[in-house]
Write a protein that binds this ligand. Sequence first.
Ligand code: MG
Ligand code: MG
Length: 246
Amino acid sequence: MRRSPDEIAKMRKAGRVVAEMHERIRDAVRPGVTTLQLDAIGREVIERNGARSNFLNYHGFPAVICASPNSMIVHGIPNDDPLEDGDIISIDCGAIIQGYHGDAAHTWPVGTISPDAEKLLQVTEESLWAGIAQMRDGNRISDIGHAVQTVAEGAGYSVVREYVGHAIGTAMHEKPEVPNYGLPGRGPKLRVGNVFAVEPMVNMGGPETQVLPDGWGVVTRDGSLSAHFEHSIAITDDGPEVLTVP
Ligand code: MG
Ligand code: MG
């Protein structure tokens, strides 16, 4: 789907709200805070901006953020457990403005984290930006995932296969999928007006995943740490425009 400049303007507004949710949540992340408290911050930002949540009630999801600590990869339900010094916490959230969606994720350090964890966060974010840099008219969709995989595996990490990025627009999850792995030069050609949510999930250990008994939380099967970074990005004549930034 190729979105018009007017549609992308609406998605930019939604993206700004998502960015504000992340900024406010980042400022609140510290030892002792609960992910339910972080969810309340996200709700306040959504309401103040006249937006709606695309996470709340999605297939019955009970919150406006996903909060996934440590070895949890994605889809964590916020709860009453206080975060602890040395944890990492992945926050994924979105917003809808005038029918158009934004979606982004960041992994934050809680207090002081180990150098190993620090490196995982840095490399995962770097892999996202390497993927974004491939979002140019005429490239192919697999160029994005290939760039992500090259950075992540180059640092000795693995990339999750079962969960992938996606096109985004009037729904949060549109086709095509945007895998975080693969050979370059495959799949549909990228065109000006395409908008994708690119979202590497990078594990310190193996790539295998497991869904928790609550049916939502996804963890690494080997218990290793996992990080998740995501932006919603439009392809313009001048290259990629990240919509989920302040
Ligand atoms: Mg997301
Ligand atoms: Mg997404």
